[in-house]
Design a protein around this ligand. Structure first.
Ligand SMILES: NC(=O)c1ccc[n+]([C@@H]2O[C@H](COP(=O)([O-])OP(=O)(O)OC[C@H]3O[C@@H](n4cnc5c(N)ncnc54)[C@H](O)[C@@H]3O)[C@@H](O)[C@H]2O)c1
Length: 436
């Protein structure tokens, strides 16, 4: 069982209508255009107008991202696929053929499996690569993609450790130098209702921000039953969510969506420190690797504001996913797109799919030769999430400067089937954060 690729992380509904005014926006999301308006502009794409797209990771999100890219621009074709498992590749091909129709143009010799699949897909003539594997592999993939001169759609989170984040930061800078676009899978940055709410808050609708509460209280996710013929590495890669070196833990893999909004509210200025708690109460079996099932973290900024951030993955409990922003003149609920207090406001505009809009922004940038680069916030928000994880694991207060200097690197450089990293559930007070 996988999460639906197009599922909105907080379960909001979306419609497919465009909003033309956003065509002019050149802010954080660059040249985001309305889906239909862009479709009309690029409807004549043919021959050299074709944008060739390669997909890495044929899972729920990867297949969804391929569909979003094709929807964003009828001149896009999926022309190559890389997937570590042969059977998942075959299943993915079937689904993609069906969902992409004529935009599926993947010959068999452009389908690559195994650990070398990334290098092989990068050697093809694709223009854009969609990176949608478990995030532990992302830094190496991102670096290689930029070195190979490809535009990148990079799913969140971008890494699982500080060394990985800094590698992606460097690759994002290199992309700028090479005129390549980098678009992040932090999809809420592209949601028109969330974006409008952020604009209201930033223009003073609730006064000065005093504090933020981020809740991502949700149920458990999928688990594949380990099979007798799986090696330890199969066991970890197939159930990657539960291994810190592959997913970063759920505070990084999932809660990043909320922490990114706290970062956005601070104009992408990172917190100076954090501390907090966490643990595993329900998912205690070894099938669940080494991750926690709940975290509660306090982030502090230099301006004195704080973010109280809680996430939990447990079934049959109270669920709530929302960003509450408390200001001197009112409060906001970012996901609900509502403001109350001295000013009352709610977003009434259209809500095209934010997943499509990410790819509209990417394809617009490529076609107009106006590169877009989401590298800054996607890296900082990943680091913020890792910082919270390390604070909870260690039981210590951790600073941003410590994160930026940390030499922590999880997972093998070159994974192979067979043996896998030995994992241990971190115990606060005993676990040590790797500073240098
Ligand atoms: N933006 C969002 O709302 C959103 C939603 C879901 C998932 N995601 C992110 O997308 C990524 C993928 O998640 P998913 O739910 O699709 O997982 P998934 O397990 O369904 O798919 C991942 C695929 O990658 C393959 N893979 C693993 N290692 C690989 C490697 N080294 N090379 C090539 N292929 C490899 C797997 O076999 C699998 O088919 C994760 O980073 C996740 O956090 C984002």
């Amino acid at each position: 069982m996988t999460r639906s690729s197009n599922s909105n992380p907080a379960g909001n509904t979306t419609s497919a209508e465009p909003r033309r005014t956003f065509l002019k926006s050149t802010a954080a999301v660059g040249a985001v255009g309305a889906t239909n308006a862009f479709l009309a502009r690029s409807a004549h794409a043919s021959g050299s107008d074709i944008i060739k797209v390669g997909l890495v990771g044929c899972g729920g999100r990867g297949n969804g991202a391929a569909k979003n890219a094709m929807t964003a621009d009828p001149g896009c074709r999926l022309t190559a696929i890389a997937e570590v498992f042969y059977n998942r590749m075959e299943e993915g091909k079937k689904q993609l053929r069906k969902s992409l129709g004529d935009q599926y143009e993947v010959p068999d010799d452009q389908c690559f499996t195994g650990w070398e699949a990334l290098e092989q897909i990068l050697a093809t003539d694709i223009d854009v690569i969609l990176l949608a594997t478990p995030p532990g592999f992302r830094p190496a993939q991102m670096e290689a993609a930029v070195n190979a001169g490809k535009h990148v759609f990079c799913e969140k989170p971008v890494a699982v450790d500080p060394v990985g984040v800094r590698r992606v930061m460097a690759a994002s800078e290199k992309a700028k130098e090479k005129g390549l676009s980098v678009v992040s899978g932090l999809c809420w940055r592209y949601d028109l209702g969330v974006k409008a709410t952020m604009e209201k808050i930033h223009s003073g609708a609730i006064g000065e921000i005093v504090s933020i509460q981020e809740n991502y209280l949700t149920s458990t996710l999928w688990l594949r039953n380990p099979q007798p013929d799986w090696t330890p590495m199969h066991r970890q890669v197939l159930n990657w969510l539960y291994y810190k070196w592959l997913s970063g833990d759920h505070i990084v893999e999932q809660f990043i969506h909320s922490l990114d909004k706290a970062m956005w509210l601070h104009h992408d200025v990172p917190p100076i420190k954090c501390y907090g708690t966490g643990g595993r109460q329900v998912r205690t079996s070894t099938d669940y690797g080494d991750i926690y099932d709940h975290f509660s973290i306090v982030y502090e900024w230099a301006d004195g504001t704080r973010c109280f951030a809680s996430t939990r993955q447990m079934s049959d409990c109270f669920n709530e996913t929302e960003d509450f922003v408390f200001g001197t003149k009112g409060t906001a609920k970012v996901l609900a797109n509502k403001i109350s207090g001295q000013e009352t406001w709610s977003y009434e505009g259209k809500k095209p799919s934010m997943y499509d809009l990410e790819h509209v922004a990417l394809m617009n940038a490529i076609r107009r030769n106006e590169p877009i680069n989401n590298g800054d916030y996607m890296c900082k928000s990943t680091m913020m999430a890792i910082m919270g994880r390390e604070a909870a694991y260690s039981g210590q207060a951790i600073t941003w400067d410590q994160m930026m200097a940390s030499e922590m690197k999880l997972g093998p450089d070159k994974p192979t089937w067979g043996e896998a990293p030995v994992v241990e559930v971190p115990m606060p007070g005993r676990y040590r954060f790797t500073e240098t």
